[in-house]
Ligand binder design. Structure first.
Ligand SMILES: C[S@@+](CC[C@H](N)C(=O)[O-])C[C@H]1O[C@@H](n2cnc3c(N)ncnc32)[C@H](O)[C@@H]1O
Length: 383
């Protein structure tokens, strides 16, 4: 094969803002069966698959041509995608090189996460007017650079909701977004249910900040989103006027998440999607006489405290009869606070629920701390 010719062909294809490359048709499977390369805002992520494992690395944009050439000794096909086209470079049995260009039928979008089998709900280029007002999209429908991580988190958050509500058979849904802040998530959840799922949604965003609540209400009114409303208030004091089907939180600070989970469990809310943040409460208390090493190093103490907080929350939700998953919902590079608690109300036998509670309490007493959700549930005699 003429490597110079191949290099030229690859370089000419790379002039086309390539977002994804799939390298396949291996000569020796032992050296790898496929390679996926995807563009990630300033770098490329390379995932090399063997039959049993995958290996991920990130490379700079200018390293891409060289990396591609390194794969030509083992692979015979390179499919390059941008939003419009697919370019296929094939190396034939007698080492001839062919280049074809097709319309991209798979509509690759740039907002795919590590889970490559699923499409995000919203794609760049889609005009969602309120989000242009709110500075998430440009007028052309492109994601504003500084909003990219937030947009990605929200997309993934809604994708998880989408997975979860596949069997939702009611025509309406009532959701509360606790600690909604600037409410990008709230608007997109509204848009998703109302315009994509055709479900009559009522959604309330609650926050302590008067200015954001006022602005969000104005934006909702401007677009006639009549059942999207925002209220000023503290999660710990909030009382719903209608039965609530789902609560969501995205980075509600510290124990605000506990109040949100407490409300949901107390009201018997069926579905919970909660991404916790700034778990300071446990970090301020945690100590262990038997295992001082656990709390010796500040940065590790902070991480462990955050993890302890979230596993206790998960166990307490189980103790309240929820099925619970703790999911790393997005890559760490988009936010270090990337765990999502997903819970749905079910029936769990009493002895099993009590055991979940005991496990949580054993951890709390081993490391000498209290935890707000636990305290609230005990106070109300719910556990
Ligand atoms: C980090 S921001 C996240 C905002 C939004 N969910 C997002 O992801 O963009 C956390 C928000 O929670 C709100 N918050 C914190 N404690 C609260 C409480 N007790 N009641 C209501 N809102 C609260 C804050 O005012 C802030 O807007």
């Amino acid at each position: 094969m003429d490597k110079l010719e191949l290099r030229e062909k690859i370089n000419s294809v790379l002039q086309n803002k390539i977002e994804k490359i799939v390298i396949s048709n291996p000569i020796k499977k032992e050296l790898g069966i496929r390679v996926d390369i995807s563009y990630k805002q300033g770098y490329f992520m390379v995932v090399r698959y063997t039959e049993k494992q995958s290996f991920t690395s990130n490379i700079k944009e200018d390293e891409l041509p060289q990396i591609l050439l390194e794969f030509v000794d083992n692979f015979k096909q390179f499919n390059f995608f941008n939003n419009e086209n697919e370019f296929i470079i094939k190396i034939s049995k007698n080492n001839k090189i062919f280049l074809n260009k097709l319309k991209n039928k798979s509509k690759i979008n740039t907002f795919k996460g590590n889970n490559r089998t699923k499409n995000y709900i919203f794609t760049e280029g889609e005009r969602i007017e309120p989000l242009i007002d709110m500075g998430v999209f440009t007028k052309e429908g492109k994601v504003v650079h500084s909003m990219y991580d937030k947009f990605k988190q929200i997309n993934r958050f809604i994708e998880l909701i989408d997975d979860f509500i596949k069997n939702y058979d009611k025509k309406s849904i009532n959701i509360i977004d606790f600690g909604c802040g600037k409410s990008y998530l709230t608007f997109l959840v509204y848009y998703y249910f109302k315009f994509i799922k055709n479900i009559d949604i009522t959604i309330t965003g609650l926050d302590l900040k008067a200015d954001v609540i006022e602005k969000c209400n104005e934006t909702a009114k401007k677009y006639n989103y009549s059942r999207l409303k925002f209220e000023l208030g503290d999660i710990s004091e909030y009382k719903p006027t209608e039965p609530v089907d789902m609560i969501i939180t995205l980075h509600a600070c510290d124990i605000a998440t506990d109040y949100a989970l407490f409300n949901a469990t107390k009201w018997g809310v069926k579905m919970i999607f909660s991404v916790p943040c700034c778990q300071h409460e446990v970090n301020a208390q945690i100590k262990s006489n038997n295992l001082p090493i656990i709390t010796r190093y500040g940065v590790i103490k902070e991480r462990i405290s955050a993890d302890f907080t979230d596993i206790i929350r998960c166990n307490l939700l189980r103790a309240m009869s929820y099925n619970v998953d703790l999911i790393e919902f997005i890559g760490f590079e988009h936010t270090p606070k990337n765990l999502l608690i997903r819970a749905n109300l079910t029936e769990i036998p009493k002895n099993i629920r009590e055991n979940y509670k005991k496990e949580a309490e054993d951890l709390m007493s081993a490391f000498n701390f209290n935890q707000t959700l636990h305290t609230l549930l005990l106070q109300e005699k719910l556990i």
